[in-house]
Each structure stands twice: as structure tokens, then as C-alpha cells.
Design a binder for this molecule. Structure first.
Ligand code: 3PG
Length: 306
């Protein structure tokens, strides 16, 4: 069996060591394709792979077409909007993710971005504190739950909105549920986005929602850039000089936003949320174990496509 790790943004070496150990124990050959610059390189590398681990790498029908032996792809991470599930099913390939494995890393970065924002991007002027502010968590999945835990350590009041999560789960985590996105944005000094990019959520964070935020509102995005309606974000920030946007996923309009909103807009140059040794180890090794368990035992837990 050939296990390909195809990561444009590589894992930490220590995670690769762990993945290698799992592969070798199963008698599989491990092949690395890291920091590849062209899709052609991926198409070539996947041609004789039986299994593949990816991160945000695009796995579309062309990739499945080239992957004549592929039986399973595991997205080492949570969001799988980069994988064409229908094409995978057409080609008889099982797709899985590794939910929860990198969520603490992403949640910690939320607070890295927030401290940077409320301390005025470290420009020497007087900022504000997070304590006693209200944080609205938009989607209460694995990352949202970690964000809630950390926010409580800061002494923040925590609200959450998630159409797919019960009030009980939120209340048990010490979080106050609200029942619409509108309510969440209206009541939160800071909103942290944790919705996946789906047909329903793409471009759903719009001016109507943002304009509901209280004075000095901050939107922090460690989810996906696609969920933002960028044109409307620009209009909202233009109309409201008090609004701030900090993100771990560079907007398509980064240059324009940098020019227009100096001092209240920041994007990491490359998505950093899951870039910790711990998250790489957790997600990478979980992915390798899921592959071995699927190929050897047929275990389909975490399967995403039918
Ligand atoms: C995820 O969906 O797991 C996170 O966005 C991390 O993505 P990455 O593996 O591309 O860093």
C-alpha cells in the first residue's frame, strides 16, 4: 500500500514522524509531497497512491481521475470544503476528516487575533480588555466549544448561536444560547466565526448582520473566507468606522481592505490556525490511523461521503 501525504502547507516534522510510524507498522510505504507548487505535481504523485492525507489541498474530480488506485482520502482537519465528495463517490473513494483534532489550536489563535485587535495592533496607544466583554460564538462545534472554554478564562460573557446544536449542550458548557444570528450579532461586542463553508453559509456574513453589532464591534474569522460577503463587509466597515475585522484567512480583497481600513483590519499572511505541532500530530496521526483502520478493518467512522 502506498500512503501519500500531499500537503501544500506541510505538517511539523514531529507529526510526519508519527504518521510514518503508523504507516510502517501497517507495512505501508509513505510518500511525501510537501509545498508543491503546481496541481500537476499532485496529479503525478497521486497516480499510484492507495491512500492520501491532505489538509486544505484541493481534491477535485481531476485529482480523483488521476488517482487510479486511490481508496481513501483523509482530510487531516475539520473543514472538507476542499474535497469534491460527489467525485469521490463516483470514483469509489472513501473521504473522511478528523474532527476535533486541531480545534484547540484554532481556538487559541482566535485570542491571538483578538488581543492584537483590542490592543490596537500594538501601536502603543491605549486599547481595551477582553474581560467583561460579550463574545458571540457563531457555530458551536469543536472549535466554538474550545473558544468558549478559553473565553471564560478571560472573564468574558459568552453567547452562542448554532441552528444544529441544542441549548442543553451550550448551557452545560456555561454558554448562553441565542436563537438567531441576528440576535448574536446584536448582543456581542465580538463575534467569532466557526461555521463551515457550505452552499448555505457562503457569503452569509453580510452587511445586514454586521450593521447590528454594537459600537466598537469586532468580527474574528478563523473559519473560511468564503462565508464572508466581502463586498458587503467593505461597505459595512466604510459606513461604520468603529468596526474591526481580524482574520486567519486572507480575503480576496486583502489589498483593498489594507488600504481602506488601516488600524482596524488584519489578516495573517497564511492560514495559521491549525499550524501547531500539537494539532499537526493530533490530526496527522488520527488521519493515518483512520486510513489503516479503513483499509485493514473496513472501519468507516468519520466517513463523509456515501
Ligand atoms: C480545518 O478545517 O481543519 C482548519 O481550517 C485547518 O486547516 P489547515 O489544515 O489548512 O491548516
Amino acid at each position: 500500500m502506498k500512503l501519500l501525504v500531499a500537503t501544500e502547507k506541510p505538517f511539523a516534522k514531529v507529526a510526519i514522524d508519527g504518521i510514518r510510524q503508523v504507516a510502517e507498522q501497517a507495512g505501508y510505504e509513505l510518500v511525501l509531497l510537501e509545498k508543491y507548487a503546481s496541481k500537476e505535481a499532485l496529479l503525478q504523485a497521486v497516480a499510484d497512491a492507495d491512500a492520501m492525507i491532505v489538509r486544505s489541498d484541493i481534491v477535485d474530480s481531476e485529482v480523483f481521475e488521476a488517482a487510479k488506485q486511490l481508496r481513501i482520502v483523509v482530510r487531516a482537519g475539520a473543514g472538507y470544503d476542499n474535497i469534491d465528495l460527489e467525485a469521490a463517490t463516483r470514483h469509489g473513494v472513501c473521504v473522511m476528516n478528523t474532527p476535533g483534532q486541531n480545534s484547540n489550536a484554532v481556538a487559541e489563535l482566535v485570542f491571538g487575533l483578538l488581543i492584537y485587535a483590542v490592543r490596537n495592533f500594538y501601536n502603543g496607544t491605549s486599547g481595551t480588555e477582553l474581560k467583561d466583554k460579550t463574545l458571540g460564538i457563531h457555530a458551536f462545534g469543536n472549535v466554538g466549544r474550545n473558544v468558549a472554554r478559553i473565553a471564560k478564562g478571560f472573564g468574558m460573557k459568552v453567547l452562542a448561536y448554532d441552528a444544529f446544536c441544542s441549548d442543553e449542550v451550550m448551557l452545560e458548557a456555561g454558554v448562553t444560547p441565542v436563537h438567531s444570528a441576528e440576535e448574536l450579532y446584536e448582543q456581542s461586542n465580538i463575534v467569532s466565526l466557526h461555521i463551515p463553508a457550505t452552499e448555505q453559509t457562503k457569503r452569509s456574513i453580510n452587511q445586514a448582520l454586521l450593521s447590528r453589532m454594537p459600537q466598537g464591534g469586532i468580527l474574528v474569522n478563523t473559519a473560511r473566507k468564503e462565508v464572508i460577503n466581502e463586498d458587503e463587509l467593505i461597505v459595512a466597515m466604510g459606513e461604520r468606522p468603529d468596526l474591526r475585522y481580524v482574520t486567519d484567512i486572507m480575503p480576496a480583497a486583502d489589498l483593498r481592505m489594507t488600504e481602506l481600513f488601516a488600524g482596524r483590519y488584519f489578516s495573517t499572511p497564511k492560514k495559521m490556525g491549525a499550524q501547531t505541532a500539537e494539532a499537526n500530530i493530533n490530526a496527522g496521526i488520527a488521519a493515518a490511523n483512520q486510513i489503516v483502520d479503513y483499509l485493514e478493518n473496513g472501519n468507516e467512522r468519520f466517513r463523509l461521503n456515501k
